[in-house]
Design a protein around this ligand. Structure first.
Ligand code: PAF
Length: 281
């Protein structure tokens, strides 16, 4: 695997690759890689002639300085994993490479996609995500961008950004990788104490129940049941459980008025915030 730290070096290499007609798959990450990330890499490797992964802990998407400081940094292990899986290039920039002095923050209109759920609970988070993904795409100019469904709202916002830019970069939404007991893979899972780790799979179980119930119940009933189930588990502190339209990410009152619905949730467990979602239909 080749490692580039500067935009200039990376771009010279990419230009050569493109001259040879290679397709480029790109997986942006903040490191602390786990099997969920690796499944994105594997999909990109299968579908492209070259795969680039970036590791950059983006300061502009953290609304809490302590969260940024505490974000796990495991670069040596990450490099080992990326090498094992067969990623071609790792882009590992410093902040001043990503955001040079003359950097202008782009402005997008997400038409409410960024307001609910994570947007409501983490102000400024999505403008930071859009900013860094915009910048990284401008640097890498991939054929296809790979993002995980685990961050459904993030994926949808980036889809909207690409539409606003009339970009011809393809965006793939990759399925949520889960542990055997159903817990969605996340860098935060390792921070769960043993007892909390045993309880965590209930999040997925409750999402699954919502998927079954939406066939026969109203949205209000499904929401009520899911929130009740989550609140009944004493170790959970429910942040939100919402059922939203898969496109607009707005709350839906009547299930027949939406073609596709997603249930999204965030809960605190042992002071760790876990998010998950399920496409209801
Ligand atoms: O999902 C993430 O890890 C980050 O939000 C991303 C897309 C790499 C941007 O920093």
């Amino acid at each position: 695997m080749l490692l580039f730290k500067t935009v200039a070096d990376l771009q010279i290499h990419i230009a050569q690759q493109k001259q040879n007609g290679r397709t480029i798959g790109f997986v942006p990450t903040m490191g602390a890689l786990h099997q969920g990330h690796l499944s994105l890499m594997k999909q990109s490797i299968n579908e492209n002639t070259a795969t680039i992964c970036s590791i950059f802990v983006n300061p502009t998407q953290f609304n809490d300085a302590e969260d940024l400081q505490k974000y796990p940094r495991t670069i040596e292990k990450d490099i080992e994993l990326l090498t094992q899986v067969g990623v071609d290039i790792l882009f590992l920039p410093e902040v001043n490479e990503v955001y040079p002095d003359n950097w202008q923050t782009p402005s997008f209109d997400f038409q409410g996609l960024d307001e609910l759920m994570e947007g409501e609970h983490r102000p400024g988070h999505f403008s930071g995500v859009a900013e860094v993904v915009y910048r990284l795409l401008d640097i890498v100019q991939p054929t296809t961008l790979y993002m995980g469904q685990k961050d459904y709202q993030q994926w949808r916002i980036i889809q909207s950004m690409l539409t606003q830019l009339s970009s011809d970069i393809r965006l793939k939404r990759c399925v949520i990788e889960r542990e055997i007991d159903g817990l969605a893979m996340s860098s935060r899972n390792v921070r769960l104490p043993e007892e909390a780790r045993m309880i965590a799979p209930n999040i997925n179980k409750i999402l699954e129940l919502a998927r079954q119930e939406i066939i026969t119940l109203t949205i209000q009933e499904v929401l009520l049941n899911a929130r009740k189930r989550l609140n009944e588990i004493a170790e959970f502190t429910l942040d939100y459980f919402e059922i939203v339209d898969a496109q607009s990410l707005q709350r839906v009152e009547n299930k027949d008025k939406s073609e596709s619905l997603v249930a999204c949730t965030a809960v605190y467990l042992a002071n760790i915030r876990l998010i998950d979602n399920i496409i209801l239909r």
